[in-house]
Design a protein around this ligand. Sequence first.
Ligand code: DX5
Ligand code: ZN
Length: 221
Amino acid sequence: MTIQISPSLLSADFADLGGAARSVPGADWLHVDVMDNHFVPNLTIGLPVVEALAKTVTQPLDCHLMIDDPDRWAPAYAEAGAASVTFHVEAARAPVRLARELHAAGARAGIALRPATPVEPYAELLPELDLLLVMTVEPGFGGQQFLDLCLPKIRRARELVAASGAQVWLQVDGGVSSETIGRCAEAGADVFVAGSAVFGAEDPDAAVTGLRELAHAACEH
Ligand code: DX5
Ligand code: ZN
């Protein structure tokens, strides 16, 4: 299993997103949290900023859409240059059609699950997907406390991915830090989003390296 770290720009300086990207050269991805003030009670950045970032940064963009009506809006993020687009299943009307549209636009496709959303109903969709995001906080804000109650779902998701035989990455997002990343890796996650643990650190790139090492160590057990 390849460990990947996706620092979340939500905890970076919004007036200097290019600088934030350059501060984490060792990151596999840059996680971009798109919030619409409807699906979640917060408003962040949208299409024009994603478009500008895609032209500027060297890391591929991992867009996490916390928006209503992703069926309508998500493909534009792929067309804007996001290498991976993840939408919430709670908001999607036709997740299979949407995943296919994202693929047709050249992006990887992911679905995200809020903490109260079970993974089992989506097992049959896995062959259509590249990524399954198990949220480990209620989406909407950075810097929240990791919810240990999500760990059994990560384990179950890993079992379902293995049983499907599909090449689906299992991402965790929310409260991922040096204290919690080992538990996520041990439960089966392989892509780790971290906002405050990376951009709140004095040396963000060293934080990425540290998180990667802790995840590797937990997988070896
Ligand atoms: C929360 C976002 C996360 C957030 C994580 O809704 O999806 O990506 O940036 O921030 P931390 O790592 O600080 O919990
Ligand atoms: Zn996110």
